[in-house]
Design a protein around this ligand. Structure first.
Ligand SMILES: [Zn+2]
Length: 260
């Protein structure tokens, strides 16, 4: 036992996500920039986006290498996009958030992995206005497997929630298209909504949609205040809002029972 009544295993459980997070964030940065352009994510080594020089092992250390090189490529001097540092900080923030909010030690890693995937999805939708199937569909499966392992009786209900979530949002998109004559929501949004159904169950779908819509309005407000001209046709990354709402309900759903 260490001080404060903590065992070494406890300490490791708390430290490991924080140690791993910057490296996960570094990988997510690569994922977000390459996946939507169909460039290899895992096979290719990380390289400078400007000169293409492969990065040396020490340059792959997140945050530290950025600071050591003052945010520039060692070879060509091109600025490294601050986005890469932002997503590394984001991944650390996810781990800190989980460690401060999660009371069940068995769920720490599940929470972190979900948070990191949702962070990647939110960033991809923000930058590219799409949600890749390679991320959303495994998320549906993972939600159902997790339900099977933790509460087997609820699997059918969660599967139904995934289907209802997907079909429901598809229906909303179809109605929008009928009313406005153009697409207002992508198919990826419906798949992510279905994934949230698989993880959270049917009762969470209405508050999830409400929360995502509120976040969308807040986002539009922030964009308007920051000087972006908004009109009825301005595209907003609604998938980012669904990802954020999914995360809040997963981690704080118990405290949001008043919403359900
Ligand atoms: Zn370079």
């Amino acid at each position: 036992m260490l001080g404060f009544g903590w065992s070494a295993a406890d300490l490791w459980l708390w430290l490991a996500p924080l140690v791993v997070a910057p490296f996960v964030g570094s990988f997510l940065g690569v994922l977000v920039t390459r996946l939507p352009r169909h460039r290899p994510v895992v096979v290719a080594r990380s390289a400078c986006e400007t000169c293409g020089t492969s990065l040396a092992a020490f340059e792959l250390i997140p945050l530290a290498s950025y600071l050591a090189q003052r945010g520039r490529c060692r070879h060509c001097g091109a600025l490294i996009a601050p986005f890469h540092v932002a997503i590394e900080l984001g991944a650390i923030a996810v781990a800190v958030w989980v460690l401060s909010a999660e009371t069940n030690p068995d769920r720490v890693w599940i929470d972190c992995v979900l948070g990191w995937i949702l962070l990647a999805l939110a960033c991809i939708d923000w930058r590219w206005m799409l949600l890749p199937d390679v991320l959303t569909l495994p998320l549906v499966a993972a939600g159902l497997v997790l339900t099977l392992l933790s509460q087997p009786d609820a699997v059918a209900l969660h599967a139904a929630a995934a289907a209802v979530g997907y079909i429901g949002l598809r229906g909303v998109a179809w109605l929008y298209r009928l009313a406005r004559g153009r697409d207002g929501m992508g198919g990826g949004d419906a798949k992510l909504f279905g994934a949230a159904g698989a993880w959270l169950g049917p009762a969470a779908l209405p508050p999830l949609l409400l929360l995502a819509a509120v976040l969308g309005i807040v986002m539009a407000g922030v964009l308007a205040v920051s000087g972006r001209r908004l009109s009825a046709t301005t595209a907003l990354p609604f998938g980012s809002c669904i990802a954020a709402a999914f995360w809040l309900l997963w981690l704080h759903g118990g405290g949001m029972a008043w919403l359900v």
